[in-house]
Design a protein around this ligand. Structure first.
Ligand code: ZN
Length: 165
């Protein structure tokens, strides 16, 4: 609980000098970003984003799941975003497991088979960026599907590389 208490205290200090009441909920850059939850990837700093600039949708691997597509559909239909960035990264946990091994390990530990896919991409993050873009382009519930751009961020060098799809 100590960590949580510290964070709550940080939030109290933040509220004392909070300066954005009344800011629009529509992202200023009309941009949604799908990326991994990896704690090393500070998407705001890497891209130079500011408060209010973009939607950031994160999960393990930055995978385009049904729930990711739900968020993108809402982002575009209700909050006027028109462009999507997919950003995976090197040394991702999703590249270190296989679907079958992970499911088997969960079942061994708990007796329960997950009703979701781990969405491992053991070979390389580039290939999964291409797959993620393909999933978005195939989803008719997301109105703007052409301006989808893929990238891999390198955790060693800090560089962001474009992935052609
Ligand atoms: Zn990751």
């Amino acid at each position: 609980m100590r960590v949580i208490d510290e964070l709550v205290a940080n939030a109290a200090r933040y509220a004392e000098c909070y300066e954005c009441p009344g800011a629009p909920s529509e992202p200023r850059l009309k941009l949604a970003i799908v990326t991994c939850m990896d704690a090393r990837f500070d998407v705001w700093s890497v891209l130079g984003l500011r408060h209010g600039d973009a939607h950031v949708i994160r999960n393990a691997g930055g995978v385009v799941t049904a729930d990711t597509r739900r968020s993108l559909a809402i982002s575009q239909r209700l909050l006027e975003t028109t462009e999507i960035m997919i950003i995976h990264h090197t040394d991702c946990g999703a590249t270190k497991i296989t679907e079958d091994e992970f499911r088997e390990a969960v079942f061994r530990d708990t007796g329960i088979r997950p009703d979701w896919a781990a969405e491992a991409f053991p070979k390389d993050p580039n290939g999964d960026v291409v797959q993620s873009i393909a999933r978005i382009r195939a989803d008719e519930l997301i109105p703007q599907r052409q301006r989808v751009y893929g990238f891999v961020w390198d955790v060693e060098t800090g560089e962001l590389r474009r992935v052609k799809a």
